[in-house]
Design a protein around this ligand. Structure first.
Ligand SMILES: Cc1cc2nc3c(=O)[nH]c(=O)nc-3n(C[C@H](O)[C@H](O)[C@H](O)COP(=O)(O)OP(=O)(O)OC[C@H]3O[C@@H](n4cnc5c(N)ncnc54)[C@H](O)[C@@H]3O)c2cc1C
Length: 396
């Protein structure tokens, strides 16, 4: 079976950045992508908040990210990941194009638009209903369209649509936008944009193509019809994480929970970018997550290799396990450093930093001396002094 050091799932800003950091750390990196590299930014015409670039189109930025990643030579492969399996501590990425064993995995699969869930939405998708203004806006030259939603994406995409449409209605269920001030001011000062507040869509109707929306005002309870040729739905996102089943812990909505090293609840599986539970889903935060995840994955792989060689593989070894956040244990560790010249197979390990290994060995207290054979504990003893440690290794 194919075996790789780091497998990155998804080539959006998070995955591409992770591949750059992974390669620059010397890892063998495989990036799996089921669609177009660059991810969601391919769907937007304007990015004005990527530091250092005042304005770029999404596809331009996506292209520069991809070229940057390619420069450091990760392998890119077209594949859709169907699941991740963990068996006896080994991790496998199952794709529609074979299975790969990985030392570490970064899930950077991003998010997708949430559906409205009203009658007519499925039926008219591609026939007037769209989730991408950049992809479909030009089809509505001199026609009236509606944008559903009240966040940044809804307001910015409504502005983009004014290039083509004769009128753009923004239908929002509340009486104010969640979008940022600059975007809102631009939208409200555009003559082609009209906001319909406190209103939800009950139905998307038409014959061959969309002809109108059935609206419901949540304040007055009135129902009305709005003739439009197109509907652009921007009512939030959901994570692309269903393929993981229940293997990692998630927050409400299915967003993957991580700590600040991007570690998920499964050892060696990291998550970065929009797919994880976080405050701000943007290109810049996705890239930052990707960098962190790759560096944490690098540390994890190095640690696993070190531990395998020092703890789990040797025929015989003595281990002193200590905690680096305890001053007296640190003092004892530096005394025992001197013992290493007399006891060749003595290894000192910071059990605080290597907590997963400590768990694996079933050790709950530190400082502790262990005698192991191929990872199996032959003897374990809590030690409080260098003398006790010496006795344990048979030196006094
Ligand atoms: C219309 C729109 C406008 C936006 N405007 C801005 C903006 O102005 N500024 C800004 O900072 N952000 C903007 N964003 C948000 C920004 O695009 C995202 O925050 C960012 O792309 C997240 O990056 P990511 O790498 O986490 O995920 P994504 O960009 O979603 O990339 C994930 C990648 O994973 C792939 N993938 C998913 N599942 C699988 C699988 N099972 N197997 C293999 N591959 C898989 C996908 O095909 C995709 O390429 C916008 C988003 C949209 C949709």
């Amino acid at each position: 079976m194919e075996k790789r050091e780091l497998v990155v799932i998804g080539a959006g800003p998070a995955g591409l950045t992770a591949s750059i950091y992974g390669r620059r750390s010397g890892l063998d990196v495989l990036v799996l992508e089921k669609g177009v590299p660059g991810g969601q930014i391919n769907l937007t015409d304007e990015i004005e908040n990527w530091t250092g670039v005042i304005h770029a189109s999404g596809p331009e930025l996506a292209e520069s990210f991809r070229k940057h990643a390619e420069h450091f030579g990760p392998e890119f492969r077209d594949a859709e990941v169907q699941k991740i399996e963990v068996k006896d501590g080994s991790k496998f990425v199952v794709t529609d194009n074979g299975t790969i064993e990985a030392e570490a995995i970064i899930v950077a699969t991003g998010a997708k638009f949430r559906k409205l869930g009203v009658p007519g939405e499925e039926e008219f998708t591609g026939r007037g209903v769209s989730y991408c203004a950049v992809c479909d806006g030009a089809f509505f030259e001199e026609q009236e369209v509606a944008v559903i939603g009240g966040g940044n994406t809804a307001v910015e995409e409504a502005l983009y649509l004014t290039q083509f449409a004769s009128k753009v209605y923004i239908i929002h269920r509340r009486d104010s936008f969640r979008a940022d001030k600059v975007a809102v001011e631009r939208a409200l000062s555009n003559d082609k944009i009209e906001v319909i507040w406190n209103t939800v869509v009950k139905e998307i109707a038409g014959d061959d193509m969309v002809t109108h929306l059935v609206l419901h005002n949540v304040k007055t309870q009135e129902t009305s019809e709005l003739p439009v040729a197109g509907v652009f739905v921007f009512v939030g996102m959901e994570p692309n994480a269903k393929f993981l089943g229940d293997m990692v812990d998630v927050a409400p909505g299915g967003w993957i929970k991580t700590n600040d090293r991007m570690e998920t609840s499964v050892e060696g599986v990291f998550a970065a970018g929009d797919v994880r539970d976080k405050y701000l889903r943007q290109v810049i935060t996705a890239a930052g997550d990707g960098a962190t995840a790759a560096m944490a994955a690098y540390a994890y792989i190095a640690e696993q290799l070190h531990l395998r060689q020092k703890v789990f593989e040797p025929e015989h070894t003595f281990i002193f396990l200590y905690s680096s956040i305890d001053e007296s244990q640190m003092g004892l560790a530096s005394q025992l450093e001197e013992l290493k010249s007399q006891v060749q197979d003595l290894v000192l390990i910071d059990g605080y930093k290597n907590s997963r290994m400590t768990e694996k060995l079933g050790i709950e207290e530190m400082p502790m001396m262990l005698e192991l054979s191929k990872g199996k504990i032959l003897k374990a003893e809590k030690v409080a002094s260098a003398e006790e440690a010496k006795r344990f290794v048979g030196l006094s």
